[in-house]
Design a protein around this ligand. Structure first.
Ligand SMILES: Nc1ncnc2c1ncn2[C@@H]1O[C@H](COP(=O)(O)OP(=O)(O)OP(=O)(O)O)[C@@H](O)[C@H]1O
Length: 282
């Protein structure tokens, strides 16, 4: 285990932002924290990063690094009028790191930033700013990386390429990664485990597959001639945007796919439709 928080609570005057939250993350693992706005994600991350003290509870970090945890809370704090290289150099100096040009250039390359951009970061896209924020967070080789809503403001391509970077950091660098979003879909492909947080409490934890299973009632099927299927009619399927929507328990999925095959229906995808009500239901 790289990082664990046990029984963390925090109030801002009358607002109970966190109430007895326990969480942990291992090397190479990506833990997703999913919660609505105001559920306590940023407060939890500030405490894990050590920039805020909890009212109760403890954080334990197993790391010999001079900076055990690096991260971005809310959005990357950058010097907008400096370029990427200069930002990295300033933050390295703030963090007491004597970093030469080769090191800083490599840090930019590692997060997929172009090294020939000399213009201020105020011109950068949100995705590029996130990458630079990650490069800064990774200075001094932390063992844990915390990313608060890293996909907010990114387009689908930006989300996909940032996901690849985060996965690589967990797999290759063996970082313990904690990341948050209020959109489960942004977390479900890359997180090994999920914790669902509501009103400052973790209401569900499990593997991503378990949480998705618990939060799914309907499946969306794409394929050929779906509206001609007798078996889909017997499941009371509804149709939307060329998809058939069926309510089915997961154990019956393979049987349905087999029967659709017998009807010569070619299925191109069979995907869970996650219900927000189910997800945030205690
Ligand atoms: N400095 C503060 N003073 C007073 N209340 C605060 C402060 N920071 C956060 N809160 C409140 O604490 C609760 C949790 O906020 P927090 O920012 O941790 O949630 P969040 O899940 O990160 O939300 P978001 O997704 O909107 O960023 C909210 O009710 C919020 O209004």
């Amino acid at each position: 285990m790289i990082i664990s928080g046990v029984n963390l609570s925090k109030s801002y005057k009358t607002v109970k932002a966190l109430q007895g939250v326990s969480i942990d993350c291992s090397a190479g693992e990506i833990l997703g924290i999913v919660g609505a706005n105001g559920s306590g994600k940023s407060t939890l991350f500030k405490i894990l990063l050590g920039v805020m003290k909890p009212d109760t509870g403890t954080v334990t970090i197993n790391s010999n690094s001079v900076k055990p945890v690096g991260g971005i809370i809310e959005k990357p704090a950058l010097y907008e009028y400096l370029n990427a290289y200069e930002n990295l150099r300033v933050f390295a100096s703030i963090q007491g790191l004597s970093a030469d040009k080769a090191f800083l250039t490599k840090s930019l390359i590692n997060v997929g930033l172009p090294i020939n951009r000399k213009d201020p970061v105020k011109n950068f896209s949100m995705g590029m700013k996130q990458r630079l924020g990650i490069a800064i967070a990774l200075l001094n080789n932390p063992d844990c990386l915390i990313l608060d809503e890293p996909f907010s403001g990114l387009d689908p391509m930006g989300i996909a390429s940032l996901k690849t970077l985060i996965t690589t950091l967990a797999e290759k660098e063996r970082l313990a990664v904690l990341m948050s979003s209020h959109i489960l879909d942004e977390l479900n492909k890359i997180c090994h485990r999920l914790a669902v947080i509501k009103n400052g409490k973790v209401i569900k934890t499990g593997t991503t597959a378990e949480i998705i299973y618990q939060s799914t009632k309907n499946y969306a099927i794409a394929g050929t001639n779906l509206d001609e299927s007798t078996i889909l009619k017997s499941y009371n399927a509804s149709f939307r945007d060329n998809l058939a929507i069926v309510k089915i328990s997961s154990e019956n999925i393979s049987e349905l796919i087999q029967k659709l095959g017998e009807e010569n229906i070619k299925i191109t995808s069979f995907a869970p439709e996650i219900s927000m009500n189910e997800l945030f239901e205690n």
